[in-house]
Structure formats: C-alpha cells, structure tokens
Design a protein around this ligand. Structure first.
Ligand SMILES: [Zn+2]
Length: 267
C-alpha cells in the first residue's frame, strides 16, 4: 500500500482537522470528504463515504452460501490492511515525521510527511514487515501450519486463522514488489536516494517498475485464458504507467540538478 498519495493536494488542516495530541504535529489531510472513525495508537482513521456505500452494497448484495464466513474474511482483510497502514504511520511518527491519519480510500493509505531517504525507507518497509511478522507468527502455530493446504489456494480461507495467515503473507510479499506505487518501489527509491542523486534514483526506480510491469504482462500471457489473466494484465499496465510518471519526475529532477550544477559554476 502506498504510504502517501502520488500528488498530495494542498488543503488547509483547519477544517475537520483531527484534534492533535499534545506535542504531536498533524500535517494537512487529503482533499475530499472523510468520515472520521476511531483513533488507534494516536493515529486517526478516516473512511471515504463512497467506500462505505460500496462495502455496504457488496455485503448486502452477496449471494454467498455462508455470508458469515464472508464477513469474517472481510473483517480479517480490513484488520490486516489497517495494521499495515498503522505500521507505516507509527514508524513515521517514531522517525519524527508528522502523520495526518489513515485514509480508507479504494486503495487505503497512511498520509505522512516526507522525510530524509533513511526515514522514507523505514516507513515504506514497516507496513509489509508487520504483515510478514504476523504471517510468520500465525504459521508458527501448529494449528495453522498443519492444516494449511499450500497447493490449494481456494482452501486458504477455510479457517479464520488460516485466512489471517494467508492474507498477511500475500499482503507482505505483494507490497514488497520493487515497483511504485507498491511499498517495495518506495523503499527502492528511498534506498537509492541514500546513495545517489534523487534524479538518478527516480530513473532507476522507473526502470524497475517497467520491468516488473512487463513481467506481470508476460505472466498474464502465460495464464491466458484463465480468469486471473485479465487482472494480472491490468496490474502490469498499472505498474508501467506509474513507472512512466516516475521517469518523467526523474527527468525533471535531473534537469533541476543540472541547472543547480551550472549555477554553481557561474556563481
Ligand atoms: Zn504500504
């Protein structure tokens, strides 16, 4: 999950702003209408009203034979997503960065202040790390591990604990894909920025994203005509489009870096 949206809108924090805890800075929150929910560990959770309506429609329109099972899996999924975003937010706060909250949009995200590359690296890795730790703890329990049908994905969600282990494992692994807007892409960019100029780091991250996107497109061809093929192809196109945007940002950054270098020589 992204740790911040691609283009943070400039919205004053005065309206509907969460009450900041004493001594803790609260950055502006994204534009739009948000339903404030609970505050967990000092971080306010907000819900997009459209997502609330969609969730309600999905759950009431379900023709599943066992709706209670669906509620359980949906609850585990939501809980795992929340913990993932909270890990980003808590790490950001731990590194001294301001945290605006967690926003349950169609793609949920934590809204945090950008920091030094070392801070961004840790913030990006905190989310998937928490999911992998949870998955590891769950699979360490014989009750979960022994009954888990590794070769039959359709049975992964048969038991609540198995579902929690599978969801956290998948979330952890998928978010570490080294392509933006996945956390892995953000971590790669931050890691490169500790070693090289931002423009070069952007260019390399864009390259990685293009390769990952191409890999997903190739996988879609292999999966054809399975039902998963279309979704995998959409994901591939999404990674490639995000990589192109990153490449453009990299070119702009490199132009600025060159201009700064010229300025220094003239001055
Ligand atoms: Zn994330």
């Amino acid at each position: 999950m992204p740790t911040d949206p691609p283009a943070p809108p400039e919205t004053p924090a005065s309206e509907n702003a969460p009450e900041p805890a004493a001594g803790v800075r609260e950055p502006k929150k994204p534009a739009g209408t948000w339903i404030p929910l609970v505050r967990i560990g000092g971080v306010r959770i907000y819900l997009d009203p459209m997502v609330a309506v969609l969730l309600g429609l999905l759950l009431t329109a379900s023709d599943s034979d066992s709706p209670s099972d669906m509620f359980v899996v949906a609850g585990i999924l939501l809980g795992s997503v929340l913990l993932h975003e909270l890990a980003h937010a808590w790490m950001a706060r731990h590194r001294g960065l301001a945290v605006g909250g967690i926003f349950l949009h169609l793609v949920p995200y934590a809204y945090v202040e950008r920091g030094a590359p070392q801070d961004e690296l840790r913030v990006a890795l905190a989310g998937p790390a928490l999911n992998l730790i949870l998955a590891g703890l769950l699979f360490a329990c014989p009750a979960v591990r022994d009954g888990f049908a590794w070769t039959q994905p359709e049975r992964w969600f048969d038991t609540p604990l198995g579902a929690a282990a599978a969801i956290n494992l998948l979330m952890g692994v998928f978010n570490l894909v080294p392509a933006l807007p996945a956390d892995g892409g953000r971590a790669l960019r931050a890691g490169l920025m500790t070693k090289t100029a931002p423009g070069t780091a952007y260019a390399w991250t864009a390259r990685a994203g293009t390769y990952v996107g191409a890999g997903f497109l190739f996988l879609a061809v292999l999966l054809w005509p399975s039902a998963d093929s279309f979704g995998v192809a959409v994901l591939g196109v999404f990674f490639i489009l995000t990589a192109w945007r990153e490449a453009r940002a990299g070119m702009a950054e490199r132009a600025r870096e060159r201009a700064r270098a010229r300025d220094e020589r003239v001055g």
